[in-house]
Write a protein that binds this ligand. Structure first.
Ligand SMILES: [Fe+2]
Length: 444
């Protein structure tokens, strides 16, 4: 009984308010795009931008329509057209043209009607939902689905030209002292992955059940690998050295002619960073954002490896006393000003920022400022059960071709900074706000 995880009836007003806030968040994101640029497809494998305007509402509608009394489909063709938003179907790249789709104004009219209908039904019809799919579960799914798209949409907007976006007036910039890379020893011990069914807060299907893992001692980079460190790999010919790359990674690198991180631009014989709104001379102290393939090649060059999910978890949450914290810095929930997350900034900050949020072992910058690749293929924990209302959320990606990421970026909502949250991407997708740190199995 999935409903056994949820006993939050008193939280319904809060959940409805969070859904309203999440809508504001995604509305603001689309407002940053100049109207004619909404028809662009900034990443070849993804949909054109306007698709996601329709997708967020169609997802909510499809989630609730058969589960709340009083809802009647009014635009079933839109419900289907905008239903699936991760990857366009099939193995090839999508070839659709804007004329194949409804006009943006029509999508916006559909959206308004969806919101009005859902809001009325959610106000009055909550008690009628199916017992195994509690309204609280559905609301959490709608909220986090939307907030995840708020992040992945930003990756797409990051690829638009600066002329295609409206730059907000005040963009915060964080300055931090330069730091020296180094390793932190993590003693052998136990770490917890996932979450217990008895936990009444929301978690996605792939976060269950709780697992306890013995982790032998290892050493891990105190900071994520910076752009400056990555430049050394480039200068050493890392992109041209076959032995640093797995066979499939080398094939990808060669076929796509990948020679530098996707966020870097070469101009006037200098590297620049492609920020969300500005292109700036490459900030050497910011974490490098690269694909899993590039991260793995760097790690091999450095004589290290990427951490496993369990190693990352132990470095982040373990304590020398043997217990585990809820967050790297302790048990207090995330709040503004202690990390680069929850939509406060757009771009990375130096890896040495927020030293007060180090883990108990002294590992820095674990939450926010960029996801971190692990070497662990995305797979279910023992006890995994998909949610009937969204069976493909995780299960569609248990294919050995996706890797777990932990941490979070500047555009990750605070609710998804929980210890059990797991992200995953293909190893050759270079547009994620994701970097890495290295691990040496030889502690000391
Ligand atoms: Fe989606």
């Amino acid at each position: 009984m999935i409903a056994a995880n949820y006993d939050a009836r008193e939280n319904r007003p809060e959940l409805l308010s969070r859904l309203a806030q999440a809508r504001i968040c995604t509305d603001r994101l689309f407002d940053l795009v100049r109207p004619d640029a909404l028809y662009e497809r900034p990443v070849a494998e993804r949909h054109r931008l306007f698709f996601y305007i329709g997708h967020l509402e169609a997802f909510d509608w499809n989630l609730f329509c058969d589960r709340l009394p009083g809802l009647k489909a009014f635009a079933p063709e839109f419900d289907r057209l905008f239903a699936f938003g991760i990857d366009p179907v099939g193995d090839g790249l999508p070839t659709d043209a804007p004329a194949d789709w409804p006009a943006v104004a029509e999508i916006r009219r559909y959206n308004q009607r969806v919101r009005d209908s859902l809001d009325a039904a959610l106000e009055h019809g909550l008690a009628g939902a199916h017992a195994e799919e509690s309204p609280e579960l559905l609301l959490n799914i709608a909220i986090e689905h939307r907030l995840m798209h708020a992040e992945t949409l930003t990756y797409l907007l990051n690829r638009l030209s600066r002329r295609q976006k409206l730059r907000p007036r005040d963009i915060p910039r964080t300055i931090a002292p330069e730091v020296t890379p180094g390793l932190v020893d993590i003693p052998a011990g136990v770490t917890t992955l996932g979450r217990a069914r008895e936990n009444r807060d929301f978690g996605w299907d792939n976060e269950y059940d709780e697992q306890t893992v013995d982790v032998p001692s290892f050493a891990i980079d105190r900071y994520p690998v910076s752009n400056g460190e990555y430049l050394d790999f480039m200068a050493a010919g890392g992109y041209g050295e076959r032995s640093f790359w797995s066979e499939s990674d080398w094939q990808w690198r060669s076929e796509q002619d990948i020679n530098h991180p996707a966020f870097w631009i070469r101009r006037d014989n200098r590297w620049h960073y492609r920020g969300m709104f500005d292109h700036v001379p490459l900030p050497l102290q910011w974490p490098v954002y690269v694909s899993h393939a590039e991260a793995s090649a760097y790690a091999r060059w450095a004589g290290k490896s990427l951490p496993t999910e369990a190693q990352w978890q132990r470095a982040a949450y373990g304590t020398p006393q043997g217990g585990e914290n809820a967050y790297p810095w302790g048990d207090a929930p995330p709040r503004a000003g202690i990390g680069n997350f929850d939509f406060h900034g757009w771009d990375p900050v130096p890896v040495g920022a927020f030293p007060e949020t180090r883990s108990a072992f002294g590992v820095a910058g674990l939450l926010g400022n960029g996801w971190e690749w692990t070497s662990t293929p995305f797979a279910p924990f023992t006890g995994f059960r998909p949610y009937p209302c969204y069976p493909g959320y995780s299960a569609n990606f248990f294919d050995g071709r996706h890797y777990v990421l932990k941490g979070g970026s500047a555009r990750t909502a605070a609710c998804m900074l929980r210890r059990s949250f797991r992200n995953w991407f293909q190893p050759h997708y270079p547009y994620v706000y994701a970097g890495f740190r290295g691990v040496s199995e030889q502690a000391g």
